[in-house]
Design a protein around this ligand. Structure first.
Ligand SMILES: [Zn+2]
Length: 126
């Protein structure tokens, strides 16, 4: 898709609402490869030079998302990409399996999630 000012505003609103639903801080996001590559290497560790291949990448430790808007085929597709990458921020321990797919699906349907609580914290409360 071609970026326009309207599309950029729409993307920002989607990121805001998905991150609120997931109870995570709104991530920093970049939509151009050159912006991604201008960030410190430690922020994009793991998928820096390979990012262009993907439709989106989440860097969970840096609370950063790369959206490859060019590779999105429609707004619906882009909405899915945004939901998918935001879901990684809340569920860093889930890989691309059935549970992860379910989370993305529920997120897109408007579900409100509870904040992430690492297991260590939970056991301390017992
Ligand atoms: Zn993913």
């Amino acid at each position: 898709m071609r970026r326009t000012r309207m599309l950029d505003m729409w993307i920002d609103r989607k990121i805001t609402s998905f991150s609120q639903q997931l109870c995570v801080a709104k991530p920093k996001y970049v939509m151009r490869l050159r912006d991604l590559l201008s960030l410190p290497k430690e922020m994009t560790k793991g998928r820096r030079t390979s990012a262009y291949k993907y439709r989106g990448v989440a860097y969970t430790r840096s609370n950063l998302i790369f959206l490859n808007v060019k590779r999105a085929t429609s707004r619906a597709d882009l909405r899915y990409i945004i939901a998918h990458e935001c879901a990684h921020l809340r569920f860093p321990y889930l890989s691309h399996g059935i549970r992860f797919k379910k989370v993305v699906d529920q997120l897109m349907k408007g579900r409100q999630f509870r904040p992430y609580q690492p297991k260590r914290m939970k056991s301390r409360l017992k």
